[in-house]
Ligand binder design. Structure first.
Ligand code: HEC
Length: 95
């Protein structure tokens, strides 16, 4: 019984954490895809605290793929992710 209760609360907590991460993200095209992609390995805070230029974000995506094994993105997916990050988390972002 305890085991079942712990399991249920674990799922409830992790769902709540994930929701916080999603809620912290800027609204915009690509948001859900970026969340599903990036939050698979680490908290979105890792991403949202950064302010990179478009080139900087391109480099970050490269590091995720080459160093950490993130899936290769199709060209249109890559553009969507880069657009979202550069538009919302660029050097001039006021967030
Ligand atoms: C396959 C696992 C994986 C995925 C998927 C992933 N990351 Fe990462 N990421 C890591 C690891 C591992 C680190 C470094 C360890 C740490 O700091 O926790 C990291 C660190 C980072 C950092 C901080 C360090 C740096 O290089 O700037 C940023 C920014 C980042 N990730 C962005 C992203 C974004 C944006 C996405 C989605 C497009 C993403 N990550 C998806 C594994 C991943």
């Amino acid at each position: 019984m305890l085991r079942a209760t712990l399991l249920v609360s674990f799922f409830l907590c992790s769902a709540a954490l994930a929701d916080d991460d999603l809620a912290a993200m800027a609204d915009g095209e690509g948001k859900d895809f970026v969340y599903l992609l990036c939050a698979d390995c680490h908290s979105m805070q890792h991403v949202l605290e950064k302010r990179y230029t478009r080139g900087g974000w391109r480099g970050a995506l490269e590091r995720m793929t080459v160093d950490f094994g993130m899936a290769e993105l199709e060209a249109d997916e890559h553009r969507e992710v880069l657009d979202y990050l550069a538009n919302n988390y660029g050097p001039n972002s006021t967030r």
